[in-house]
Design a protein around this ligand. Structure first.
Ligand SMILES: Cc1cc2nc3c(=O)[nH]c(=O)nc-3n(C[C@H](O)[C@H](O)[C@H](O)COP(=O)(O)OP(=O)(O)OC[C@H]3O[C@@H](n4cnc5c(N)ncnc54)[C@H](O)[C@@H]3O)c2cc1C
Length: 381
């Protein structure tokens, strides 16, 4: 059993960290303040091969493993949580999803421009009346001869205001169950498809989020991804990987909190000593470090299980839940260690605090992760 990163993974971490320190960290505060997605950094990330690490070289990717992408995402989120969030939707929810379920034509047409950092993609499941309860989606795709007509609204969609491509989860049957879901791939510019203004949101502000409106959108059979009626099951099939990788967002933010807190605890002097000498501050640092180690080590284990093709529903939910919870706790402690300076934008912990909270909601809330764990525990065997 080997708990360390091998040479290849260490090199990936080193190169993505250098990239972030050069390209992302210097603008992280500014893009948060301006709520701006840094397209110029996204393009460079594509050229460096970071977006496509997970995808086969056949479609322009690097053919690396899930752990490589975990490391890349964690480093992006350590620098700017929203950047890692938007990149992950492009790489995982769009490219990885299509690479598993798309036709050869779809893979060749849609994956390479995203991996090169030229196109932005979105994955549109959530609706005004269907958040945690995904079975309740109301967006319809009605068959009309050889094509489908789509109507409905999607909301809280990462990158919707700037996306070029949209995977839309629809319902093609009357049933209100997991059966009857069908995925379609639409491009911006399609008649009847429009997006709203970006929401002004709490955290991850450089990742624009918004609504997608579908008003009599015509889609042909070739725009369907996967199998008609199986769309929600297909989404569930990549959900374990998505949740294991969601932990990377949280551990990235928790790492940034710890780094900033160590520096501040060393530098800030009160009562004639660095505040890092006070045991109540030391306790916070020790707990942040401990929780981060546990969250990351466990997430790596789950990634390893996913890589082996094992069923990881309970484990992935635990990885996401624990990492998200410790990220919000670490961010709160980081602000506390910074005192009043933790509450102003001059110090990045104010941003980490806002970013961390979103980890407990996006990709399934903490409550839902607990339900998933309990359901798996009590499932008849
Ligand atoms: C940063 C971020 C990015 C996102 N990106 C995307 C995206 O790209 N694509 C997309 O489709 N969606 C996206 N979402 C939406 C996200 O998936 C939903 O917000 C999430 O699934 C919760 O749904 P909801 O907001 O409607 O909350 P609700 O489902 O209405 O939940 C409200 C509260 O009730 C609780 N609750 C609900 N059901 C239960 C239950 N059975 N038992 C106990 N408590 C319950 C929840 O835990 C929560 O606390 C994103 C959200 C965030 C925050």
């Amino acid at each position: 059993m080997d708990f360390g990163l091998d040479e290849e993974h260490r090199m990936i971490r080193q190169s993505v960290r250098k990239f972030c320190e050069r390209e992302l960290v210097p603008i992280a505060q500014e893009i948060d303040r301006e709520s701006r997605f840094p397209m110029e950094v996204y393009k460079k990330a594509g050229q460096e091969g970071f977006i496509g690490a997970l995808i086969s070289p056949r479609y322009g990717g690097g053919g690396s493993d899930l752990l490589s992408f975990y490391i890349i995402k964690e480093e992006f989120c350590r620098a700017a949580g929203g950047f890692g969030q938007s990149v992950c939707v492009c790489a995982l929810n769009f490219c990885y999803f299509i690479s598993k379920l798309g036709t050869e034509r779809q893979k060749k047409k849609y994956i390479p421009p995203v991996l090169r950092g030229e196109k932005i993609a979105s994955y549109c499941l959530t609706e005004p009346n269907a958040g945690s309860d995904t079975r309740n989606i109301e967006t319809r795709a009605l068959r009309r001869g050889d094509h489908f007509v789509l109507n409905g609204n999607k909301t809280l969609i990462t990158s919707a205001p700037i996306a070029d491509y949209f995977i839309i989860v629809t319902r093609t049957s009357e049933e209100r169950s997991f059966r009857g879901g069908t995925n379609f791939l639409l491009e911006r510019g399609t008649e009847g498809l429009s997006t709203g203004e970006p929401f002004e949101k709490l955290g991850m502000r450089c990742s624009p989020m918004g609504e997608v409106f579908l008003d009599d959108v015509v889609a042909v059979r070739e725009q369907m991804i996967g199998t008609e009626g199986e769309g929600l099951f297909e989404m569930l099939n990549i959900l374990d990987v998505e949740r294991a990788l969601a932990a990377a967002t949280a551990t990235g933010i928790a790492q940034a909190c710890l780094d900033a807190s160590i520096t501040y605890a060393r530098d800030r002097v009160q009562f004639g000593r660095s505040i890092g000498n006070f045991q109540l501050i030391q306790e916070k640092l020790a707990e942040m470090d401990l929780n981060l180690e546990l969250a990351r080590t466990y997430a790596h284990k789950v990634i390893w299980l996913c890589e082996k093709g094992m069923k990881t529903t309970r484990e992935a939910a635990m990885a996401k839940l624990f990492a998200s919870q410790i990220a919000t706790k670490s961010a709160s402690d980081a602000v506390q260690i910074h005192g009043g300076y933790g509450c102003i934008q001059e110090f990045p912990v104010e941003r980490y605090f806002r970013d961390a909270k979103l980890c407990e909601i996006g990709g399934g809330t903490s409550e839902i992760q607990k339900l998933v764990i309990a359901r798996e525990l009590t499932r008849a065997r």
